[in-house]
Ligand binder design. Sequence first.
Ligand SMILES: [Zn+2]
Length: 458
Amino acid sequence: MTLDAVLTHIDETLPEATERLMEVLRIPSISTDPAFKADCARAADWMVAELAALGFKAEVRPTPGHPMVVARHEGPGPHLLFYGHYDVQPVDPLNLWHRAPFEPAIEETANGPVIRGRGSSDDKGQLMTFVEACRAYKAVTGTLPGNLTIFLEGEEESGSPSLIPFLNQYKDELSCDLALICDTGMVSPGVPSIAGQLRGMLKEEFTLHGPRIDLHSGHYGGPALNPLREISKLIASFHDEDGRVAVEGFYEGVHEVPAELKRQWENCGFDEHEYLAHAGMTVAHGEKGYTALEQQWARPTLEINGLWGGYQGAGSKTVIPAEAHCKITCRLVGDMDPTHVRAAVRRHVEARLPTDARVTWDSDIDGAPAAVMDTSRPEFEAARQALSDEWNREAVIVGMGGSIPIAYYFKTILGMDALLIGYANDDDAIHSPNEKYDVKSFHKGIRSWARVLDRIAG
Ligand SMILES: [Zn+2]
């Protein structure tokens, strides 16, 4: 029973594992601020030294920005690629932290002990759960578990400028059978979650042009075409009474949630009332006939993010503006094609323009389709079993309302599905002051990876 021995080893060496995490948390690897460039390099070097000591062939690979870490261990079984990132977010506003962000410590809280410090949850604590699971296997069996590549990025928190060129450059080496990504959370505390679908995104911005110049409302008010009035009508036409997007062709490629997945979602501990209350709402305002969770994870949206025009200064000005502006984003699901959605939205607007109005589009804004994993692969069920065993609670294949770009790039550039498994909680305050990672997340996270590797690695 290798797994039992590995789990016992993890339990017995948790203090040492925690101390190693503290060590890398002390390195202020803030990727967006050039002042911390040397610290980012130091964090990459630290990771390479750790992985090399475990028996990986590990190296730092330079990029025009911060370096990547690639570590390889050849072994039996499917080739798995683990992804995490060693960079962190800036710490401002510093005065809201109740301890120095890069002097981490264990703190007792009402919900149990936490590791406090920048990067404790996003993503150093999470990525170290995988490294520590590997270490425990090595300690117990003398070798690392399976056929592994570890790939760590140092620019995730600053827009990943080097990522796409790097993936293209090392495509052959990094294209594996399956990616494992540890940079997400649990749908509710104690409910192990695997993200199976992530919504895509389309952005649009348009200007509605009316009169040749701004007009005086005494002189032209009445006969004038008012772009603000017209753009309001257009925006009101984007949705019907039931909250459905009324743009023709918008829902092409959208699929209903399969019954088995729906069952898991109904049983995932998501509290709709609390979710709505957190935002000051009492009901879900989206598409009728779908729960808030379905609306967030499995339905597309067309949102107005900005709307402006005319006079915005103090006091009043009797102006009829020459133009009005609008910013839109759509969250995409299933097989929706961003190019098709863009054309449909534009057709919708252009077909409704009154005489003398015209529209111009900001054409530099692009989009990305949803990332939908093939959850019928046996590794998904194996991972679900492994996580259910560890947490004593049925693991759930969840959706994600936002995007995790890396999962999308793995899919499109490397042709790989990803198992997105993470142990973060909603109250971890990632990107915010007083970031923390529950000791329970760290400990059970390590044990979870040990169980997942036991089931899917060689
Ligand atoms: Zn992250």
